[in-house]
Design a protein around this ligand. Sequence first.
Ligand SMILES: Nc1nc2c(ncn2[C@@H]2O[C@H](COP(=O)(O)OP(=O)(O)O)[C@@H](O)[C@H]2O)c(=O)[nH]1
Ligand SMILES: [Mg+2]
Length: 416
Amino acid sequence: MGLFDRLKSGLSKTRDSIVGGIDSVFSSFSKIDDDFYDELEETLIMGDIGVRATDEILEDLRAKVKEEGIRDPKDCKQLLINSIKEKMDLGPNAYDFENQRSIVMLIGVNGVGKTTSVGKLAGLLRAQNKKVVMAAADTFRAAAIEQLTEWSKRTGADIIAQTEGSDPAAVIYDAIQASHARNADVLLCDTAGRLHNKKNLMAELQKIDKVISREAGNLYRENLIVLDATTGQNALSQLREFKEVTDITGIILTKMDGTAKGGIAVAIQAELGIPVKYIGVGEQVSDLQKFNSETFVNALFDLDSEDDKDDDLEEEINKHLVGALNSSNEAQELESEEKEEVEEREEKAEVAEDSDLAEKLGDGTEKQETAQEETAEEKSVEAESAEEESAEEESVEEDEAPKKSGGFFSFFKKKK
Ligand SMILES: Nc1nc2c(ncn2[C@@H]2O[C@H](COP(=O)(O)OP(=O)(O)O)[C@@H](O)[C@H]2O)c(=O)[nH]1
Ligand SMILES: [Mg+2]
């Protein structure tokens, strides 16, 4: 299935909820009057497109209907579609970070799909032959680190991780040094999203921010908030809260495949002026798509897309990832299979004296350990000054923290 088809099928629930309603408005009215606009308004709002976006879309529609002297409601449909497309157009600079050395933070509350999105983004970038490093800065649970490690294997991205409970800012520090040393194109940082302990999280994010400002040099900074489309209007309020204090440069809207509330994509963009840059339409590596208003709206309204770039990209993803995937997926699948089976295969591997395969069948921690070794080395050089600095930071933070404004951590601070 090509990307466009995947998008179309991902949006099927949203399409059923919005487009069916719109079509019935267009077919049940014989003239364009206030009742017609009222009905259309209700349908759009019910489809989670939001009051503001709906108002703007209808205003636009009224103007065009007048301008073009349209009388038949059926002739409005294309105007409506065009108006939604225009509303969601991203402009030319949305993906600048992909084409320069950059550090990308993924923030957002728990369970929205941050870790999965880091993995999928890595897949997209690896398909463009970029060198990608991931930072496992959600250190709350070992499972979070394991989850990201899986994604690193799946996509062939490097991962910098430490053990559960270690300092996330130190992980980011290591990851930045490693990115510099390895000449990485993009550093993707996974973060924790637990809000139940705001004070700790605030302190953590504050430290991360400091480390990035100090160490990132001229890396381009992108802060993406990850929002779960299934939460509908809640996603909007999460964004509002974060945005008050954060420089959010874009949105990743996940789980569009599981919801009828995909209209929220239109609402978010219209209400807060922050662009939805990616949408998640499933759990596979190729299920994160760059947002393109033309393609999105075509998929939503079940129109054909002439955009065969989609299929090229799909081909690219396959071409670049298949090699890496084959080897790592093999190891991964094996890991999750019954232990005996793994052992049996290990034996076979030994017999075949295929040391490469045997390695893949290992517990998969090599990469992580190597990363840690390397960064341990790097760290020892800087250890003294870093320790000094962090001691300094800790004492300074207490009295200075409340004064600092901006930064994505101030949100939590406010809530203290
Ligand atoms: N169907 C679907 N599931 C998703 C998508 N993105 C993430 N998920 C799932 O959502 C769950 C939480 O994702 P995770 O990345 O662990 O969230 P985090 O806590 O923000 O890091 C996992 O089961 C993911 O597989 C998506 O676009 N579509
Ligand atoms: Mg996570």
